[in-house]
Design a protein around this ligand. Structure first.
Ligand SMILES: Nc1nc2c(ncn2[C@@H]2O[C@@H]3COP(=O)(O)O[C@H]4[C@@H](O)[C@H](n5cnc6c(=O)[nH]c(N)nc65)O[C@@H]4COP(=O)(O)O[C@H]3[C@H]2O)c(=O)[nH]1
Length: 516
């Protein structure tokens, strides 16, 4: 009863836990999606901004170089006409000016000038030799700050706003264009102040307090685009609204699965308990063949669970549950009793025949089955030598208690085999510590015999190791003649498998054995 309550409680906890987990996973996933999406937008916009700044400046530079090498008589009507044409053709340029050798402005794209306007030093010179003055305040701008590019005797003025007047459909983005030293050339109105400092050191993407930003570099420019994290939260909300139904469905699904699993576990276990009480187990016998003579010398007893509808359930579907819930010893008792009852007469009549009984890990640890087997064999006329005991590697985990139980069994005359060898953690060293009589090579190794696989190369090693330790060798799951030929050639003593016979009820096995 307490176990039932525990399982139900566990089921409920699992259901609540999985719902919460699903919600958290979803929250985290959508937060990550929103963040990544926002970063992607910033990175793309920064690249766009950089390309636009480069193109704008490149076009002005080309115009300046062209007019400077054209060789017009300074401030002639042809000279002014060409400067005007360039000003009108190059979208970014507002005006082109010509300075004489003394650095005085003589004419512009529009007309000659006699005002004494002298050149002032540039703010910096680019690697391509173009001088840049970031904040010139020429007459043409009506006092507004303009950017000035200089080459030779000419300069070009352009509105730096053009560097950042991208149409991005997001008013909340901060756009900044700086030179490669990090000096801000232009920033969009209300650009986040945090974005304007430490520009040269900024990584390609980053988060700075509430500001997320992306940086693009090239052609002597640095373009930065930033957004408040609040924008990402906004996206998250939108995404959550979208994913909410999915999350709810996921949570319901997981809860249902958790409840279903715990109920199934409960009912399967309850049924197994009832089966143990009702002694609802039957035993089938799979013949064991001596490979040298091809004669049947015994069998392995394989338990089946007979369900109320008459169907038989395979042991690998319920033995693990029985082992986990302490039911295996009761099942072993029923198998031992069935062997004695069903095959007693056969074993008495032919002392050379033996039957192998599988033990669970609990049996090997406790040795409790031994006195039970003693009582069954007492006055039965069956010799202990006719009852072999098999356990998988899991049964031998506790080497010292397993060794002691095996020793007691062998003193009585039983032979003990390790089953499914090679599928667990056994090693040669491990085997040396156990007083065993036989080793059964697992079917998975027999399956690959003759194929060029890594596993197939293991079998000769297992065989030679078993021989060194003086163990009898039995191969399981022999299905083909080629496997049989190989095993015989390797000196394997015994074999079981569908090549010889499947497991069968006692009367059929007795008939099989008597047929020879
Ligand atoms: N495909 C194929 N299969 C073959 C062939 N030859 C034999 N088999 C199957 O391989 C299994 C051999 O038994 P095992 O390795 O001891 O493996 C056994 C054994 O570890 C365990 N088991 C069976 N009976 C008992 C029992 O009474 N007590 C305990 N504790 N475990 C048992 O359940 C496992 C499964 O038993 P089964 O389902 O009866 O499956 C049996 C048998 O039917 C073949 O040529 N081809």
């Amino acid at each position: 009863m307490r176990r039932r309550i525990r399982i139900v409680a566990l089921g409920i906890m699992l259901a609540i836990g999985s719902t919460l987990l699903a919600r958290l996973v979803l929250l985290y996933a959508s937060w990550q999606i929103a963040l990544q999406g926002e970063m992607e937008v910033l990175t793309q916009t920064a690249g766009h901004l950089l390309r636009r700044a480069s193109r704008s400046v490149e076009a002005s530079e080309a115009a300046l170089r062209e007019i400077d090498v054209a060789g017009f008589t300074p401030c002639s009507s042809e000279h002014i006409a060409r400067m005007r044409l360039l000003t009108m053709n190059v979208r970014t340029i507002e005006e082109i000016g010509y300075f004489d050798a003394q650095g005085l402005l003589r004419c512009t794209s529009w007309w000659p000038t006699d005002r004494r306007i002298a050149r002032t030093p540039v703010d910096f010179e680019r690697a391509d030799g173009i001088g840049v003055k970031v904040t010139a305040r020429p007459r043409v701008s009506g006092g507004n700050s303009m950017m000035e590019l200089r080459w030779g005797h000419h300069n070009a003025l352009f509105d730096p706003e053009r560097l950042v007047d991208l149409i991005v459909g997001r008013r909340d983005l901060s756009l900044v264009v700086a030179n490669e030293q990090g000096r801000v050339i232009q920033a969009s109105k209300e650009a986040a102040p945090a974005l304007l400092s430490g520009i040269p050191q900024r990584p390609e993407r980053g988060i700075d307090g509430d500001l997320m930003y992306a940086v693009a570099r090239g052609d002597g420019w640095i373009a930065l685009v930033g957004a408040s994290r609040a924008a990402a939260v906004e996206r998250l909300r939108a995404q959550q609204a979208l994913l909410l139904p999915v999350g709810a469905a996921l949570a319901i699904g997981m809860s249902w699965l958790a409840v279903w699993l715990s109920r199934r576990q409960l009912s399967e276990l309850a049924q197994l308990r009832r089966a143990v009480q009702a002694r609802a187990f039957v035993v089938e016998y799979q013949p064991l063949i001596d490979l040298a003579s091809r004669c049947c010398v015994g069998a392995e007893a394989l338990v089946r669970w007979r369900r109320s509808d008459g169907s038989l359930t395979r042991p690998d579907l319920f033995i693990p549950l029985a082992e986990e819930h302490g039911l295996i010893q009761a099942i072993t008792d029923q198998v031992m009793a069935a062997v004695v009852a069903e095959l007693g007469e056969l074993l008495r009549s032919d002392p050379n025949v033996h039957i192998a009984i599988n033990l669970g890990a609990d049996d090997i640890r406790s040795g409790r089955f031994l006195p039970v087997l003693d009582r069954l064999l007492q006055d039965s006329g069956i010799a202990p030598q006719q009852v072999w005991l098999e356990a998988t590697e899991r049964g031998f985990v506790d080497v010292s208690s397993a060794s002691s139980v095996i020793e007691q069994a062998r003193r009585r005359g039983h032979k003990v085999a390790i089953d499914d060898f090679g599928t667990g953690f056994s090693s040669l060293q491990y085997l040396q510590g156990l007083p065993l009589d036989a080793l059964k090579i697992d079917k998975s190794f027999v399956d690959v015999l003759g194929r060029e696989t890594v596993t197939s190369s293991v079998v000769p090693h297992i065989i030679s190791m078993a021989k060194t330790l003086g163990l009898a060798i039995i191969a399981e799951g022999v299905e083909t003649q080629a496997q049989l030929d190989y095993l015989r050639a390797q000196g394997v003593d015994g074999g079981q498998g569908w090549l010889f016979a499947k497991a069968m009820p006692a009367p059929q096995f007795i008939a099989y054995l008597r047929r020879g």
